[in-house]
Design a protein around this ligand. Structure first.
Ligand code: BGC
Length: 765
């Protein structure tokens, strides 16, 4: 009887929770996980705040507006302007500042800037609330001139190594905090479902599981186990919520059509995983989904993110995106209406980033009753929560002596490890690689002698294209090969640019130079870009680059292609001429060194593709496409997702499924033995795919459900086990809930497969 009563009460509680969920209140109830001491401190602070203080807290401007100018132009070397500091940080009480103006600064300059801003905020502003400085430290502290730069996220994804990603995240946090900056706009949790998208390389690739695991790992690297006052960690910012990575046109910030079922199954989980890992800020997607700009989408920002996902941090707009509700999207008649829409939708901080009008309009809207004070208080509470957790009230700066590992050899080594594991060997006919140390090489191509295509955008400058700011002591591919083989054994002839037409006789020099060489390293790919400037008309590598390969092939010398690029540019017409192909997905400043080590056998490649590599521009499907997509045999990628060679050979044997049935509350242990059958030590990514044979929503041909990277000495074997639960087989059903349906499943690891059935009733989560 007592048990029955408990059950009834439990059911009532559950029903109550469920009804709260389905009709969410304006401000989601604070989660039980909140720290009462922090909340009490927020109450105390907010009791003394005026409306002007509050709307100022919700405003973020770029550093540009604080810099001294002459004749309208920022004075170089840059310095802060006292009048602007007073006007913006004190009079308007702006709570957050972001970015750099134009280019990276040395750490000392950063400290000086942040110190001055914090002085204005904490000593001159009445509330004394410190500012929260935020920056795009996307692949290391890339806006500090001394920063240690590691691979962009697409390269990190190619490592398939969550531990390494976490360590690199922690290193980026340390080096960002060394400049007294406590907030990075990273990681990107968007999955890139269209390889044309110019921001593909900013994320962890096309797969939802890989992106979820790595988004969580990077968040832990930035924040530690949870956001705290650890002066070596920073606040992470997940971006760009939600549905950014599948623009219909393939171009940045253009409309997307994504049904809610797909949004939930593919786009939401990486955000959920990183929120669960403690991420305390989220940046909104600049695009629109199904006709609604995400910056105006209350359902996604408030109901789903803050309600369902239980996100207790704050939501920041992307660059000028509130104003764009008026200017670009045309859903608001003026800026004031745009502010109202965005804040009511759930945006807590406006990256305006040039105006403080946002704050004024917001105050007016509150006074007119168009935005409730409860909404403002919720936003401010969320922002203050992170400032308190970061320890900014006690220590708005940092200890200048507290960062001895900034730009250290130890950090460079970790970045090198990241670069090394990011490289993916795609082809190696007749074991051409590794090359002997006695080789004489001709190196040619547009990416051969520059750090720019190894780093991509967000490198010292937004577009990453200004070589002035790149370090002189980091090696390009040519320099690294020369360092290993001796200057005289490596000839370099640029050959061609990225896309200019070929001039008469332009390829004569590399052609003649090649006659002397034992092999030709042709370095192709893309120069740097970020966001819209990276929009493409054509996925194919430009003809001039293909022509370089064809001409070099006429020498009869073996060709090694190195592709340095952010997205998989189609090179089908050059591929047959190359005996070996190495992909360098924006490996960072240690990339040249890592490439040379792989080409010459001082390291063994272990990267695997985090996206499908297309062969044709009209066939850009992801690996987890539907059966209908491959009906008629029109799917023929250049290389499959998850693919990548090693200099050693891994064999898979003894795939065992502990049972042939899985029940709702059960677990299925799947194990496989991996053997290094070659002569070199190497790392292998053991990938477990599951196919749902029949389902109520057309099932994808397969899905990655688990993976593990292992290292094996020559001759060694390891048995790798995975535990699958029914949740690992789930998908989002027609009613938009996650479900696991009874039926038959196939597990694939390497070239092995096994079957099992999920028995019992359908499970809903
Ligand atoms: C980008 C964001 C970035 C922000 C601040 C925007 O244009 O979309 O990814 O964090 O600028 O630099």
């Amino acid at each position: 009887m007592r048990n029955a009563l408990v059950l009834v009460v439990l059911l009532m509680i559950t029903c109550f929770q469920w009804s709260c969920r389905s009709t969410p209140s304006a401000e989601p109830a604070p989660s039980a996980s909140l720290d009462p001491a922090v909340e009490a401190r927020i109450d105390e602070l907010m009791a003394g705040m005026s409306l002007a203080d509050k709307v100022g807290e919700m405003t973020q401007v770029t550093i540009d507006v604080l810099l001294a100018r002459e004749g309208g132009k920022v004075i170089e070397p840059q310095r802060l302007d006292p009048d602007s500091l007073q006007a913006v940080l004190v009079d308007k009480r702006v709570g957050s500042v972001l970015n750099v103006y134009g280019h990276a600064y040395p750490v000392d300059q950063w400290r000086e800037f942040v110190r001055t801003m914090q002085e204005y905020a904490t000593e001159k502003k009445a509330s004394g609330i410190p500012i929260l400085y935020g920056i795009d430290s996307n692949h290391g502290a890339n806006y500090s001139s001394e920063g240690t730069l590691f691979p962009q996220q697409i390269g990190l994804a190619a490592t398939w190594n969550p531990g390494l990603v976490e360590d690199l995240g922690a290193m980026a946090a340390y080096e960002t905090r060394a400049s007294f900056i406590p907030w990075t706009f990273s990681p990107v949790a968007d999955i890139g479902r269209d390889p044309r998208w110019p921001r593909l390389w900013e994320g962890f690739g096309e797969d939802v599981h890989l992106s979820s695991v790595l988004s969580a790992a990077m968040t832990r690297g930035y924040q530690g186990e949870q956001l705290s006052d650890d002066p070596q960690r920073v606040l992470a910012c997940l971006k760009h919520y939600l549905g950014y990575g599948l623009p219909f046109s393939g171009r940045d910030r253009t409309q997307a059509f994504i049904p809610e079922r797909q949004l939930r199954e593919y786009f939401l989980p990486p955000f959920q995983a990183a929120v669960d890992a403690g991420a305390m800020s989220v940046m909104v997607c600049s695009g629109e989904i199904n006709g609604v700009p995400v910056h105006a989408n209350k359902y996604l920002l408030t109901d789903v993110l803050k309600g369902e996902l239980g996100f207790t941090g704050f939501v920041v707009s992307d660059w000028a995106d509130i104003r764009k509700l008026q200017d670009v999207h045309k859903v608001a008649k003026d800026y004031k209406e745009a502010v109202k829409m965005a804040v009511n939708a759930g945006i807590d901080m406006g990256m305006t980033p040039y105006d403080t009008e946002f704050a004024d309009l917001l105050a007016e809207l509150v006074e007119e009753g168009e935005v409730t004070l409860a909404r403002i208080d919720d936003a401010v509470r969320r922002i203050l929560r992170t400032k308190i957790q970061l320890g900014l009230f006690e220590q708005p700066l940092g200890d200048p002596a507290g960062y001895p590992r900034m730009a250290s050899a130890e950090h460079a080594e970790l970045a090198y490890q990241g670069a090394l594991e990011s490289l993916v060997l795609l082809k190696n006919d007749d074991d051409l690689l590794p090359l002997p140390k006695t080789a004489r090489l001709l190196v040619t191509g547009p990416t051969a002698n520059s750090l720019i295509p190894l780093n991509g955008g967000w490198t010292y400058t937004w577009q990453g294209s200004d070589s002035t700011y790149y370090p002189k002591d980091k090696m390009t591919i040519v320099e690294a090969l020369r360092a290993k083989l001796g200057y005289k054994n490596v000839n370099y002839a640029p050959g061609v640019g990225y896309e200019e037409d070929l001039g008469p006789g332009q390829l004569d020099i590399p052609y003649i130079a090649a006659t002397w060489a034992d092999a030709i390293v042709v370095c192709l790919g893309e120069s740097s870009y970020a966001e819209k400037p990276g929009d493409l008309y054509d996925m194919d590598l430009p003809d001039v680059q293909i022509e370089l390969v064809k001409t070099m092939a006429r020498t009869g010398k073996p060709i090694i292609l190195v592709l340095a690029e952010g997205r998989p540019r189609i090179f089908r017409k050059a591929e047959p001429y190359a005996s070996a192909v190495l992909l360098a997905p924006l490996p960072g400043n240690e990339g040249g060194r890592a490439i040379a080590d792989i080409l010459l056998g001082d390291a063994n490649p272990s990267g695997k593709l985090p996206t499908t590599y297309p062969k044709y521009s009209n066939s850009l499907e992801t690996y987890d496409h539907k059966h209908a997509d491959q009906d008629g045999g029109h799917l023929d990628p250049q290389y499959e997702f998850g693919y990548g060679l090693s200099y050693t050979t891994f064999t898979y044997s003894d795939l065992q499924l502990r049972a042939d049935e899985l029940t709702a509350d059960g677990q299925l242990i799947v194990s496989v033995t991996v053997t290094n059958a070659g002569r070199l030590a190497g790392k292998e990514v053991v990938q477990l795919y599951v196919s749902d044979e029949v389902a109520s929503i057309t099932p994808p041909v397969k899905r990655l459900r688990a993976f593990q990277k292992i290292e094996l000495a020559p001759g060694a074997s390891q048995t790798v086990s995975f535990e699958l639960s029914p949740r690992d087989l789930a998908f989002v059903g027609r009613d938009l809930t996650w479900i696991t349906e009874p039926g038959d499943f196939t597990v694939r690891i390497g070239d092995l497969s096994g079957q099992f059935s999920f028995v019992g009733e359908k499970v809903k989560y």
